[in-house]
Unconditional design. Structure first.
Length: 483
């Protein structure tokens, strides 16, 4: 059996052009996940696939169709360039209940092609498609040989309603044609779309990609992530699709899995991303019998714990963690119990009752591994957990608290350490504006303390994605760095 397994790995390595030492059984990345993955190595003209049958199966492209939609809009002259504005018509596209979360918080305003692509703004692309019209849309989708080429549905909806369908194999072939200039469009059109397609760029690599996701059946959501990686003098085209019971279940996973696979195959540079060190994955127990998994960044004697909000995970802090590392901090971004691999003592039914112990365990981990000072940055739900943790810590265990639109706690007057309360002026939930309750928490908390109010309505970590993001990061760095 072992010899057979080794032989199969060798065969995979040879057929896919991957060095034997890097041969991967990709099934390990898809445990408990129904999905497919295709990779094409341009320099070596080789494919690697996981779940070949599903790689050939066609599904709605969802927002990955924004790639050809952008090409068609530019080529027909409906839009001039990446900065072409389509005004938001509030009556035609009214705000929806989920527009208080990423990426939808950006939708309620005028958009350029660039911003609409970045934030996957559906209404912009509906308007674009209406202006292109059914006849021209059909012409170009057919010329692109895009999936099943069926645009018989409503012209502003066919890529969302399961009329148009495409496979992971099809996605890769389309991306290859785009990248190599083989699509029947002008070079200028191709270059504009390649520009807005850039997802991440570092000195070591450029990742160009588009997400897509939504329901394909009752209780089943598909999540796409398609694109290409330029690294180490080569280009790797990829397409992944996975299924989940909700959009939240596939939103981050599709990207995480892709990066994990590309890293494991040796294509996405690991260890260093530009000048930034990749995090070390660590875990440690909590005092109530749970276990916390976390990403550890940087070195030094000044520690910072990052405690995510309810809609986020430890990976969501990547950019902020790297900024803190540059400023000389050692950073520990945690997953709360019930998120990722972290769990509380009741493993079969994790809940948030003991989340303060997750923060406390992280603080003590940093202390035990050499940190002389430890601060905690907590967002929303994570901010409430951080505030509660400061109450049960020994004096001096937590030096500073950054409470980013934190969930109010029962006894704010018992919080320890220096405190920065920060939120946006118009941040609101179903009960109304958050500012009054957080101001009350601030007033009851003992000093030293600060309250900073930013402009806008974004909540907690979502602020980093707005025009207030840079100021928020400056305020956090200032507060944590002050003597």
């Amino acid at each position: 059996m072992k010899l057979a397994k080794i032989a199969s790995l060798l065969l995979l390595a040879v057929s896919c052009g991957i060095a034997t030492s890097n041969a991967q059984d990709l099934s390990g990345f898809f445990k408990g996940v129904n999905g497919a993955f295709v990779l094409y190595d341009l320099k070596n003209n080789r494919y690697l696939r996981y779940n070949e049958q599903r790689c050939r199966e066609r599904f709605s492209p969802k927002s990955t169709f924004k790639i050809p939609n952008s090409l068609i809009g530019l080529e027909t002259g409906v839009i001039r360039d990446a900065e072409f504005v389509i005004p938001w018509n509030r009556e035609k596209y009214p705000p929806q209940p989920d527009w208080n979360q990423e990426p939808f918080i950006h939708w309620g305003k005028d958009q350029t092609l660039r911003s609409a692509f970045k934030y996957s703004v559906v209404w912009y692309y509906r308007e674009l498609a209406l202006r292109v019209g059914a006849d021209r849309m059909k012409k170009y989708v057919s010329a692109f040989n895009y999936g099943n080429k069926d645009v018989s549905g409503r012209v502003d909806n066919f890529w969302l309603d399961n009329t148009l369908k495409i496979s992971a194999d099809d996605q890769v072939e389309f991306l290859k044609a785009l990248y190599t200039g083989r699509l029947p469009v002008a070079k200028r059109t191709t270059e504009i779309v390649k520009d807005i397609l850039v997802f991440e760029k570092t000195p070591a690599y450029t990742l160009s990609a588009k997400t897509g996701g939504g329901p394909i059946a009752e209780g089943i959501y598909i999540g796409w992530f398609v694109g290409y990686l330029e690294a180490q003098g080569n280009v790797y085209f990829f397409a992944i699709n996975i299924e989940g019971a909700s959009f939240a279940g596939i939103r981050d996973k599709r990207i995480e899995l892709t990066k994990q696979i590309l890293t494991a195959l040796g294509h996405l540079p690991s260890g260093k991303q530009g000048d930034a060190e990749a995090p070390e994955q660590v875990s440690f127990p909590t005092q109530d019998g749970g276990i916390v998994y976390a990403n550890l960044y940087g070195k030094g004697e000044r520690g910072v714990v990052l405690a995510h909000g309810g809609r986020f995970n430890k990976e969501s802090w990547e950019k902020q963690a790297q900024e803190l590392v540059k400023a000389g901090f050692r950073v520990l971004a945690i997953d709360f119990r019930g998120r990722g691999q972290s769990r509380g003592p009741a493993q079969t039914n994790p809940n948030d009752d003991g989340v303060r112990f997750d923060v406390l365990a992280a603080v003590r981990y940093l202390r035990k591994t050499g940190a002389k000072t430890v601060s905690v940055v907590g967002a929303s739900f994570g901010g409430g957990a951080a505030a509660e943790a400061s109450i049960v810590t020994e004096p001096g265990e937590i030096d500073r608290l950054v409470l980013l639109a934190h969930s109010p706690i029962d006894k704010p007057k018992l919080m320890k350490g220096r405190k920065l309360f920060i939120l946006t002026r118009d941040d609101a939930n179903a009960a109304g504006l958050r500012l009054p309750s957080i101001r009350e928490q601030y007033e009851k908390a003992p000093g030293p303390k600060e309250l900073v109010i930013l402009e806008g309505s974004a909540h907690a970590q979502f602020i980093f994605e707005t025009d207030q993001g840079e100021r928020l990061m400056r305020e956090v760095l200032r507060f944590l760095s002050e003597p």
